[in-house]
Design a protein around this ligand. Structure first.
Ligand code: AMP
Ligand code: MG
Length: 352
């Protein structure tokens, strides 16, 4: 068991002495969890294969699921990736720092454990002062998947990281809640047209406006599991974001969704189950059974994205047996939110 040190740090003006402690750990090959604008990441020196192996071990992550590499200066992309297309340069110009990860051809300095054995690298520049200060001070790119145990909901608070990884990592930089709450968009630029492998903070609509043509990987919008063999985003084939409770998503027109959620909640509560309901500000008052939580407003899907993973963990902590979630529109951030909800529910979807 490792001694995990918890370092509280200012979100806007991270204290240099605190960042130095964390950066030293990274340089020595250790593991540091840190906040980004999306979720907390579990960082290690991306160029040190032994350090990156420790990430897989701490998270219990399958070895073929590659890790996103984080940089603090746009120019550093040219050291880690080769043959960057013009479209990539344009996207970097517009969306970095920010929640857009680009899949590019890896240069030969990138260890194969970091890329999960692939010849591509997934790379981004985060928009968070703590993340940027840590990368700069470490003086090297930092490989960082989400700082949760593999398969669990991603961490949006330091407490979530500690629930999963206390004693398994060297340190955590705690700067409070993350802003966006769902992970970055993963865009594959090694194919034509570029393809969204994972919807996230930068939306399909945003990308289409810049690129003209963008495709979405079928698994990213699937309503049922898509069989993935040799995939370009290996993470897509694994169980994800799953609460301990069973989960259902009810999709359709809001009125019908509310009726169905009520009916299901009543049925399972009468059968002796403890039921949690993930509703929205607009529908909260329609439910008088079960533990009801609002994900946020239907008119503000950013608020839903910010709350989602935290609510899944809260309902687990309250010991519910079943979570019933309302489906949401798939426009803009809704695509990322629905992707996470459906996966969290292992594709137990009811259409009404
Ligand atoms: P996370 O572990 O939550 O940070 O997720 C990282 C995601 O990026 C996973 O779905 C990975 O499979 C994906 N990813 C990372 N590197 C690559 C790569 N080189 N090519 C394609 N997908 C990648
Ligand atoms: Mg993850």
């Amino acid at each position: 068991m490792k001694k995990t040190i918890i370092i509280k740090v200012s979100k806007e003006n991270p204290e240099p002495d605190k960042i130095r402690i964390a950066a030293d750990i990274i340089r020595r090959g250790g593991l540091v969890a840190f906040p980004t604008e999306t979720v907390y990441g579990l960082g290690a020196d991306a160029l040190n294969p032994d350090a990156v192996k420790e990430i897989y071990a701490a998270k219990m992550r399958p070895p073929d699921n590659p890790i996103i590499v984080h940089i603090a200066r746009k120019e550093d992309v040219y050291k880690l990736a080769v043959d960057i297309p013009k479209s990539g340069e344009k996207l970097i110009d517009i969306f970095w720092p920010g929640p857009l990860t680009l899949v590019l051809k890896a240069s030969n300095i990138v260890p194969r454990v970091t890329t999960g054995g692939l010849d591509t690298i997934a790379i981004r520049m985060p928009k968070h002062e703590v993340a940027l200060a840590l990368i700069r001070e470490a003086g090297r790119p930092i490989a960082a998947p989400s700082a949760n145990l593999a398969g669990r909901p991603s961490p949006t608070l330091a407490e979530h990281v500690l629930q999963d990884l206390f004693g398994r990592i060297d340190a955590i930089l705690d700067a409070g809640p993350t802003n966006i709450g769902v992970e970055s968009t993963v865009l594959d630029l090694s194919c034509n047209p570029p393809q969204i492998l994972r919807p996230g903070g930068v939306t399909y609509e945003d990308l289409k406006a810049v690129l003209g043509e963008v495709s979405i990987h079928p698994a990213a919008v699937a309503k049922s599991e898509v069989h993935i063999e040799r995939t370009r985003s290996p993470g897509m084939k694994y169980k994800h974001y799953a609460p301990k409770a069973e989960m259902l998503v009810v999709e359709g027109e809001l009125k019908s969704v509310i009726m169905k959620v009520r009916e299901l909640a009543k049925y399972y509560i009468e059968a002796g189950k403890k039921v949690g309901i993930l509703a929205t500000d607009e529908s909260m008052k329609e439910y008088n059974l079960g533990i009801v939580k609002s994900m946020g407003s239907r008119n503000n899907l950013a608020s839903v994205a910010r709350n989602l993973f935290k609510l899944l963990r809260e309902l687990d902590n309250e010991g519910v047996d079943l979570i019933i979630a309302e489906g949401l529109p798939q426009e803009n951030l809704g695509l990322a939110v629905m992707n996470r909800l459906r996966k969290a529910a292992s594709y137990n979807i009811i259409n009404v």
